[in-house]
Design a binder for this molecule. Structure first.
Ligand code: AMP
Length: 387
């Protein structure tokens, strides 16, 4: 072990194993390969987004212990690109290989109640919530919070799935019956009348160094991220506070690698954390060209215990997601980039997915700009996002 107590340093030339072969792993590998690392991945889909740019892909289900063991044998260090890693596989990888991120943070963020308690333990606010064990408890909590309020499953929800916005007490029975089919605990949250959704990504390394990226303002359409706008159009002191909250969470939870912190910002400047993701995050894709260090390079640096890079913003930026229905008009537009305003540069990233299904994340465009409103205006009128 180098560096004594501060953890093992993994130098370029080593192989980074990634559980999951999606776009986050692909962009991690593209950043890591530039630094001289090799990559191996385990993913059930042949020729996965990461498999296309990795040195080796093991094609097998994520919970396949034998396949995970093979990944461990090929890798000097292991990371993951999604948080629903099977606990058995995580433990096996930890005994067979080096997993600096550990499994505790996964255990915490896989479950909304555990996650909320951990955020509160860091001294950071979440929306008021109640654990729900029965329909009667739900009815009582709905009376307490008033409507609307949001019932969520503790596990398995993403992009707004596994949630029910309860708009009147009449919906209690149906909401309870529907979400309890998921066979997981339920949690009721007070509805936050937020002005904006923002997120901050922090990185922490085994030597205890912490760096944050500037807060992003996130715009969702149908519960899927559409735009990230940086700098966020909000009060500078509130954004600085959001960044401090992310640092506090990274330190208290002893994060290794990245942690994305999603928050609600109210009109009076109050911040509530909604959820955490212990990995690179869609709302951090803007860092790829707009920051001195990208979130992907930072994750590689953190898990390999290299000094973290500076996260400062180099230019205002708007990141726009490309979903399946946007691919054809995007490709047509790329031939001449018609209508792109002066002062805006479009950096297109496509993930190499074979099937452009509706709503599937296929890529994103980072619009480096001198004025975020100009870039947003262009997205709003562009034929790419009209479908
Ligand atoms: P989640 O799956 O928790 O990220 O929630 C998906 C979306 O639902 C969020 O991005 C919000 O727009 C909305 N939402 C979730 N929880 C709340 C809440 N407590 N109050 C208001 N809106 C919420």
């Amino acid at each position: 072990m180098r560096n004594g107590q501060s953890g093992k340093v993994i130098l370029p030339g080593s192989t980074i194993g990634v559980l999951g072969g999606g776009q986050l792993g692909r962009m991690l590998a593209l950043a890591g390969r530039a630094m001289g690392y090799r990559f191996a991945t385990l993913d059930p889909t042949p020729d996965s987004p990461l498999g296309q740019v990795a040195d080796e892909q093991i094609v097998a289900p994520y919970h396949d212990a034998e396949a995970a063991k093979k990944l461990a044998e090929s890798s000097d260090v292991i990371t993951y690109e999604f948080e629903n890693v099977d606990a058995g596989v995580a433990n096996m990888l930890m005994s067979e290989s080096y997993v600096p991120q550990g499994s505790e943070l996964l255990y915490t963020t896989q479950h909304r109640l555990r996650e909320k308690r951990a955020i509160e333990a860091a001294g950071v606010k979440v929306a008021p919530y109640r654990e729900i064990g029965s329909e009667a408890e739900l009815r009582e909590a709905v009376r307490e919070f008033g409507t609307p309020c949001v019932l969520k499953t503790a596990t398995g929800g993403y992009d707004g799935k596994g949630q029910w916005v309860i708009r009147s007490e009449d919906e209690v029975q149906e909401a309870y019956e529907t979400l309890s089919r998921a066979k997981t605990e339920l949690v009721l949250e007070q509805f936050i009348r937020f002005d904006k959704e923002i997120s901050v990504i922090a990185a922490r390394s085994p030597r205890g160094e912490v760096k944050v990226f500037p807060a992003a303002e996130n715009v969702h359409v149908d519960n899927i991220l559409h735009l990230s706008i940086v700098p966020a159009r909000a009060d500078g002191e509130v954004l600085a506070q959001a960044e401090r909250m992310a640092v506090r969470i990274a330190e208290t939870l002893q994060v290794i690698g990245l942690i994305a912190v999603e928050m609600f910002l109210t009109r009076d400047g109050e911040l509530f954390v909604n959820e955490l993701a212990p990995r690179p995050h869609n709302s951090g894709h803007y860092t790829m060209e707009a920051c001195r260090t990208s979130q992907f390079e930072q994750h590689v640096r953190a898990i390999c215990n290299l000094p973290l890079g500076p996260g400062e913003l180099l230019t205002p930026v708007v990141m726009a997601n490309i979903l399946g229905e946007h691919v054809a008009p995007l490709l047509e537009w790329m031939a001449d980039e018609s209508g792109l305003p002066e002062g805006v540069a479009a950096k297109v990233h496509l993930y190499g997915k074979h099937e452009a299904k509706t709503k599937r994340k296929m890529g994103h465009v980072n619009l480096l700009t001198d004025d975020v409103d100009k870039a947003i205006g262009w997205v709003e009128q562009s034929p790419i996002w009209r479908s």
